[in-house]
Design a protein around this ligand. Structure first.
Ligand SMILES: O=C(CO)[C@H](O)[C@H](O)COP(=O)(O)O
Length: 222
C-alpha cells in the first residue's frame, strides 16, 4: 500500500460526527479527501472547508458537504500534507502553492494533523526550497530582499509563465543551506513588504502521522 494513503487512512480515524474539517492540498491530502468521502458515504455527518480550489473540487466529487467560511468560527480538525517535517514537528509547506490558505486553515484549527510518508522526515528544515508567496507588484525588489537572507530565490514557473496561486499571487522558492531557527527566519521573511506568507509552519502541528513502505504508521506528537 502507498505510504501516503496509509498515513491518510490513520488520520481520518480522528474525525468525529458533526465536526468541521479542514482539507489540505497535495498528493497526500488527496488520499485523506478520498477516505473522508468514503466515511461520508458510509453515514458520517461532517462539513468541510478546503485549502485550495483543487481540493474543493476533489471534495465535491467525493461527496463531502462543504461549508462557507462565513458560516464558521473555527475548524475542529484539519488534515494536510507537508514537504518537510523536523523533530520538533516544524514544517515546510507550499510545494503545491497553497501555503497561504493552508496556514489560515491550520491556524484556526483546534487540531492540525499532518500526514507524510517517511521521505519527508528531516533533522533540520531546508533540504526542500522554502516557498514564499509574494504579490506580483515590484516582485524583483521583494526577491532581492529575500536574497539578503542567505538564500537562493527562484520564481516558480508553470509552463514558462509565473505560477499564480489561488490568491492571484506568485511563489518564490528559496533554497537555504539549513534552517536552524525557523521562527526567527519566518519573522525576517515576514518583515519584507511584498511578502504575503511563507511556508514555515512553526509549532503548528498537533501531530504528524508518518506512513512507511512496509505498511506501518507512526504518530509523532509534541
Ligand atoms: O503544502 C502543500 C501544498 O501547498 C502540500 O501539503 C505539500 O506540498 C506536500 O505535498 P504532497 O503531499 O503532494 O507531497
Amino acid at each position: 500500500m502507498n505510504p501516503k494513503e496509509i498515513a491518510a487512512q490513520q488520520a481520518v480515524q480522528f474525525i468525529e460526527e458533526g465536526m468541521i474539517v479542514g482539507l489540505g492540498t497535495g498528493s497526500t491530502a488527496y488520499w485523506a479527501i478520498q477516505q473522508i468521502g468514503q466515511r461520508v458515504q458510509a453515514g458520517l455527518h461532517i462539513r468541510a472547508v478546503a485549502s485550495s480550489q483543487s481540493s474543493e473540487d476533489l471534495a465535491k466529487q467525493a461527496g463531502i458537504p462543504m461549508v462557507e467560511f462565513s458560516e464558521i468560527t473555527s475548524i475542529d480538525l484539519t488534515i494536510d500534507g507537508a514537504d518537510e517535517v523536523d523533530d520538533q514537528l516544524n514544517l515546510i509547506k507550499g510545494g503545491g502553492g497553497a501555503l497561504l490558505r493552508e496556514k489560515i486553515i491550520a491556524f484556526h484549527s483546534k487540531r492540525f494533523i499532518v500526514i507524510v510518508d517517511e521521505s519527508k522526515r528531516v533533522e533540520h528544515l531546508g533540504r526542500f526550497s522554502l516557498p514564499v508567496e509574494i504579490v506580483p507588484f515590484a516582485s524583483n525588489l521583494t526577491i532581492n530582499r529575500l536574497t539578503e537572507l542567505d538564500c537562493k530565490p527562484q520564481l516558480r514557473l508553470d509552463n514558462g509563465k509565473e505560477f499564480v496561486t489561488d490568491n492571484g499571487n506568485w511563489i518564490v522558492d528559496c533554497k537555504f543551506e539549513k534552517i536552524l531557527l525557523p521562527q526567527e527566519l519566518g519573522a525576517q521573511i515576514h518583515s519584507i513588504p511584498g511578502v504575503v506568507e511563507h511556508g514555515l509552519f512553526v509549532q503548528m502541528a498537533s501531530s504528524v502521522v508518518v506512513g512507511y513502505k512496509d505498511g506501518s504508521t507512526k504518530i509523532l506528537s509534541n
